[in-house]
Design a protein around this ligand. Structure first.
Ligand code: ADP
Ligand code: MG
Length: 402
């Protein structure tokens, strides 16, 4: 019910509750056969109306599990009280069937099952009472066809269960969707910030590199020193490259026009780039690629995709293992495979790939796969994972060939 309060309006909730309370009071005072007697039965009816009204009224301010359970129990007691106090009003039986429906509004599995169980238990007791004790004078409409009424009751509970099952599933899906939207919003802001920072870092790097290039040509430095300068310039070049690649991702969509990409050339340059990364743990990259592989994509994005996938394969590999990268043309498609014999993934882990910030690594960002899926989708490609825990992973990416 909290959801209803949030999405619609508190006002509407209070209007509905006011109407419900008014109806309950009407039931108390209008043409009530017990009102003139004013006995214990009537007083318990009054008491239940008061309890329920208070619970409904304070619910938006104090939405706790305890209050939800109290409302569920109070509603059940209220309807059973009505059923017993006014045996001539046969329509009270309908409300008994609806008791679990009320708890659907809380979207709480536990409370729903609790009310369903409670209702079935109580109805059994009351059918037992009608069949064995009352035997007809008060509840003749039930007593005449106990089996038929029981079947109807069970059917109503099954229908309510089904409604709960479907709504609950749908609500859960919506919740996941909502969280994803929120996450992607966060991601956008983080991306923009990171792009701004990267841009600011690039400028001082250029200045430092310029001076180092000057020193490199200065004859007053010994060849030994100059060697150091060359090394430093090389490292700065790498840093610059990383930042440029990163900034290219953060750029708006329309600035990245698709072009004809020679898959062999790109794979060659990416594997060259990652060779030294693989050497950290003694991993090598084995590349086999045929000549006839061209696709339509943006080269930088395509590189980024391959870097993400191959880097993950290296990181998952055991020391000394190789990562096999291959590309070939098959009819109208270019198929790229990245195979590792590393730690692999379970089915649930594979299903989580692409979720922002999903990472099992201590220093992982969990963004690589999300970016990769976006790039693949953008150029009408497909990406498929075959993985077994402890045995390794095969990533198959296919793009339309040109
Ligand atoms: P990160 O690499 O920063 O953790 P990614 O989005 O690139 O983020 O990857 C998400 C997660 O998917 C990784 O943390 C890892 O658990 C899993 N993963 C991706 N590729 C592989 C692979 N080839 N083998 C095993 N696990 C992988
Ligand atoms: Mg990664």
């Amino acid at each position: 019910m909290k959801e209803i309060i949030n999405t619609l309006n508190k006002k509407i909730y209070y209007i509905v509750v006011a109407i419900v309370i008014a109806i309950m009071i009407m039931g108390l005072v209008m043409n009530n056969p017990r009102m003139s007697e004013f006995d214990g039965g009537y007083l318990s009816h009054v008491l239940m109306v008061i309890i329920l009204s208070v619970c409904f009224w304070i619910y938006p301010k104090k939405d706790t599990f305890g209050l939800r359970v109290t409302i569920t129990i109070a509603a059940a007691v209220y309807f059973y009280t009505l059923f017993f106090l006014y045996p001539d009003t046969w329509s009270n039986f309908i409300f008994l069937c609806f008791i679990p429906a009320l708890s659907i509004l809380f979207f709480d599995k536990k409370i729903f099952y609790f009310s369903l169980f409670l209702n079935c238990l109580l109805i059994m007791c009351f059918f037992g009472y009608i069949a064995l004790v009352d035997q007809g004078p008060q509840f003749s409409y039930i007593e005449k066809d106990i089996v038929g009424n029981l079947i109807n009751f069970i059917a109503s509970q099954i229908i309510i269960y089904f409604i709960f099952f479907l709504t609950n599933g749908r609500i859960k899906k919506q919740q996941v969707y909502y969280e994803q939207i929120q996450q992607s919003g966060n991601l956008k802001i983080t991306g923009q910030l990171a792009a701004a920072v990267a841009h600011e870092i690039r400028n001082p790097l250029t200045v430092v590199k310029g001076f180092l290039q000057l020193f490199e040509q200065d004859s007053s430095f010994s060849p030994d020193r100059k060697g150091h300068f060359t090394l430093m310039i090389g490292e700065l070049n790498t840093a610059e490259q990383v930042i440029s690649q990163f900034l290219s991702i953060a750029k708006p969509e329309n600035e990245k026009a698709p072009e004809t990409v020679n898959v062999k050339q790109v794979l060659q340059s990416v594997t060259d780039l990652l060779h030294s990364y693989g050497h950290l743990h003694d991993n090598t990259i084995e590349l086999t690629v045929t000549e006839d592989c061209s696709i339509s994509a943006n080269t930088i994005e395509f590189k980024q995709l391959l870097i993400n996938i191959i880097k993950n394969a290296i990181e998952a590999s055991n020391e000394g293992d190789s990562v096999f990268v291959s590309a070939r043309r098959e009819k109208d498609e270019v198929i790229i495979k990245v195979v590792d014999q590393g730690q692999g993934m379970t089915e649930t882990e594979v299903a989580s790939l692409g979720t922002p910030f999903y990472s099992l690594k201590s220093k992982g960002t969990g963004l690589g796969m999300m970016i990769s899926f976006n790039i693949v989708e953008k150029y009408n490609g497909k990406m498929d994972f075959q993985s077994a825990k402890g045995q390794g992973t095969t990533v198959t990416i296919s793009f339309p060939a040109i």
